[in-house]
Design a protein around this ligand. Structure first.
Ligand code: PGA
Length: 250
């Protein structure tokens, strides 16, 4: 039985001071939750966030990582740096990184491999655009993203990864995919993992849905057979996040 995972993606929101305040609030609100909670904060707040979350049930994640160990890569953060301050999760290949910062399926794969090498669990994002959905190519697109993301990832490594299916047309738009649409793609992703590895491995990997998740939609989303939780953007910036976790718990 897979544990429900609720991850918050704060994107480029909250200063370090605001981060401390909100995390302290979450710490109290979430202390009895059963779901695995991961909060992905901006890089500048990671160290503070890790300190606040120490000895709590909140896990801290980064929103990106680079695939080289060190060197002349101005502005980037290496997996070793994340590991050094206790970051255990990292979002890789979010559609905003793909759209604005040049992430591709190949760089996603390199980042996934590096994160795993450093014991950091990648939260691998995939998802189609509206026009791909309208053309009926969404499923094949996501399957391709997954196959490339897991290239050279062993079965033993794959079980410690998380996937977030985030249809791009549903991110920050208020348009949630219907639970049938989300389940259909998440089921395809699990099938694809079974093809790449085996059924047993595929059954162990958590697949989240992301895209305008709120307290009104989370219940139906997590009731789907192949959806194990949510990657929550906007609604993770307020106490609504605790309500989402609470609903997912029950
Ligand atoms: P949203 O963002 O919940 O604000 O749509 C989700 C995401 O981009 O991870």
């Amino acid at each position: 039985m897979r544990q429900t995972v609720i991850a918050g993606n704060w994107k480029m929101n909250k200063t370090p001071s605001e981060t401390r305040l909100l995390l302290n609030e979450f710490k109290e609100l979430l202390k009895n939750s059963k779901s695995k909670i991961i909060i992905c904060v901006p890089t500048i707040s990671l160290k503070d966030a890790c300190e606040i979350a120490k000895d709590t049930n909140i896990n801290i994640g980064a929103q990106n990582v680079y695939f080289e160990e060190r060197g002349a890569f101005t502005g980037e953060t290496s997996p070793e740096m994340l590991d050094d301050i206790g970051v255990k999760y990292v979002i890789i290949g979010h559609s905003e990184r793909r759209k604005f910062f040049g992430d591709t399926d190949d760089t996603v794969n390199k980042k996934v491999i590096k994160a795993i090498e450093h014991g950091i669990t990648p939260i691998i994002c995939c998802g189609e655009t509206l026009s791909q959905r309208e053309k009926g190519v969404a499923i094949n697109w996501v399957r391709k993203q997954i196959k490339i993301a897991y290239k050279d990832v062993t079965k033993e490594q794959a079980v410690n990864t998380i996937i977030a299916y985030e249809p791009i047309w549903a991110i920050g738009t208020g348009k949630v995919a219907t639970s049938e649409q989300a389940q259909e793609v998440c089921h395809t992703i699990r099938k694809c993992l079974a093809f790449l590895y085996d059924e047993e491995t595929a059954e162990k990997i958590s697949i989240l849905y992301g895209g305008s998740v709120t307290k009104s939609s989370i219940g139906e989303i997590v009731s789907q057979a192949d959806i194990d939780g949510g990657l929550v953007g906007g609604a993770s910036l307020t106490s609504e996040f605790a309500e989402i976790v609470n609903i997912a718990d029950n």
